[in-house]
Ligand binder design. Structure first.
Ligand code: 5AD
Ligand code: SF4
Length: 446
């Protein structure tokens, strides 16, 4: 049986798809790269905003013809949208034969069989308080970057967010299982590991917290780069800041989701920090790690956000000067606290206008922050060929900035010292520095 798996949404979903591949191949399913030759098509989906759902409905529409002609036997929807819509999904899209939420992947072989055998839909969207998939070795595509989910679920209940409903309660894996996975990733030749969790600050296992875990992973031999995403500003572990400044392989980049800059909006979002607390945290981070890069997420037009409230978000963005930012329109999600408690009352045009305003502001700030890198020599980890010119490489600096440069002898996974010569909003450009030049000059044997 041939399976084609498509992944949408965040890095956690990418990781889950690696688990799914591993679960299916161990049961004699063949995962194929070409969509045309598959018997089973699985979509691992996202539910974070309505446009994530729309994308999947559109994709299901495209698959209709193939299904009707009998080229595909089973169409399955997995992940957050599956969990969010459950039984409503096959009603909305009758082409769907299988629905499985994020804690049901071990049952996938059984669900596929059930969908093949019977003329009914195979369902499983029970959420577990214990499932961490620690016993499954993800099937990774060899490359430079690898992910490890250190925990699953979320107990924060930000009022706008669907994740506590799609991924269930928070549970952490043991540090031993994570460190073992990191060791095997290094043995497979990966150069960078990103630790993933919906809120990594809440990581807790038998007395170990997130900072302890980061220190264990930093000590894994032969691992040049470690990243993590995402922390919550309400309880960022100060110890972690010191570890990042101490350990060269803990990258100097923190993704710190702001969401909004106004205290009343933050309270309605249940973020449990104020504008001042956020700004103070940024100051503390920059004191301990002076060359840190900071990125963020912002939501525009959350319930009841007035022009004055929005002005506070603008002010925080201007004061902090993030290196880059993901800026979203608020999208009401089924089941969330906001959907029950607050009307989605900011008109769509106003949301769009605010997103455009913040994007324009951020583009200027990103360009300025990137231009400050010109003249520096950065250590770049090469990831792939540059999109525009396949004679050039695209790599990332320690601060997670994209760097384009040429170096005939290098390949993905290699490190290079690059002198930055140009900067735009999104990328840096530079020249390979001849590493030999930096060797100390030996005069008369000294
Ligand atoms: N509407 C818009 N953006 C959202 N996010 C989460 N939920 C919503 C929503 N309902 C954004 C947040 C989060 C990022 C992953 O997605 O900014 O940090
Ligand atoms: Fe990832 Fe959240 Fe989308 Fe689920 S809803 S795939 S956790 S971004």
């Amino acid at each position: 049986m041939k399976v084609y798996l498509e992944t949408y949404g965040c890095q956690m979903n990418e990781y889950d798809s690696e688990l799914i591949r591993s679960i299916l191949t161990s049961q004699n399913y063949e995962l194929v790269q070409a969509k045309d030759s598959a018997d089973v098509v699985l979509l691992n989906t996202c539910a974070i905003r309505e446009n994530a759902h729309q994308k999947i409905y559109h994709r299901l529409d495209e698959l209709k013809g193939q299904k009707r002609r009998g080229e595909i036997q089973v169409v399955g929807v997995l992940g957050c949208m599956a969990q969010n819509l459950r039984k409503d999904l096959p009603q909305a899209a009758p082409i769907v034969d299988l629905v499985a939420g994020p804690d049901s992947y071990k049952r996938l072989p059984h669900l596929i069989e059930a969908a093949l055998d019977r003329d009914t839909v195979g369902f499983d969207f029970s959420l577990s308080e214990f499932e961490t998939y620690s016993d499954i070795a993800p099937e990774r595509v060899p490359g430079v970057n690898a992910w490890i989910a250190i925990m699953r679920g979320c107990d924060n209940f930000c009022t706008f967010c669907v994740v506590p409903y799609t991924r269930g309660r928070e549970r952490s894996r043991s540090p031993e299982s994570i460190v073992n996975e990191a060791n095997s990733i290094v043995a497979q030749g990966f150069k960078q590991i990103t630790l993933l969790g919906q809120n990594v600050n809440s990581y807790a296992h038998d007395g170990s917290d997130f900072a302890d875990l980061m220190e264990h992973v930093a000590k894994v031999p032969g691992l040049p780069r470690v990243r993590f995403t995402s922390p919550h500003p309400k309880d960022f572990p100060r110890k972690l800041l010191h570890l990042i400044s101490e350990y060269p392989n803990l990258c100097n980049h923190i993704h710190l989701p702001l969401q909004a800059g106004n205290d009343a909006v933050l309270e309605r979002m249940n973020r449990t920090y104020t504008k001042k607390e956020f700004l103070d945290l940024v100051d503390e981070i920059r004191t301990i790690i002076p060359d840190v890069s900071l990125t963020t997420d912002v939501i525009c037009g959350f319930c009841g956000e007035s022009d004055d409230d929005f002005a506070d978000t603008v002010e925080v963005m201007e004061r902090v000067e993030f290196d880059s930012a993901f800026i979203f329109k608020y999208s009401e999600r089924k089941n969330t606290i906001a959907s029950r408690k607050y009307p989605d009352d900011v008109p769509d045009e106003v949301k769009t206008e605010r997103v455009m305003q913040l994007n324009a502001l951020q583009r200027g700030i990103s360009r300025k922050r990137n231009q400050a890198e010109v003249g520096k020599t950065l250590e770049v980890l090469i990831e792939t060929k540059s999109k525009k010119n396949d004679k050039e490489w695209l790599g990332r600096s320690d601060q997670n900035k994209g760097v384009v440069f040429s170096a005939a002898q290098k390949k993905p996974g290699d490190f290079a010292k690059v002198l930055i010569t140009e900067a735009s909003t999104n990328t840096l450009r530079g020249k390979l520095v001849n590493e030999a030049i930096h060797l100390p000059i030996v005069v008369n044997g000294h």
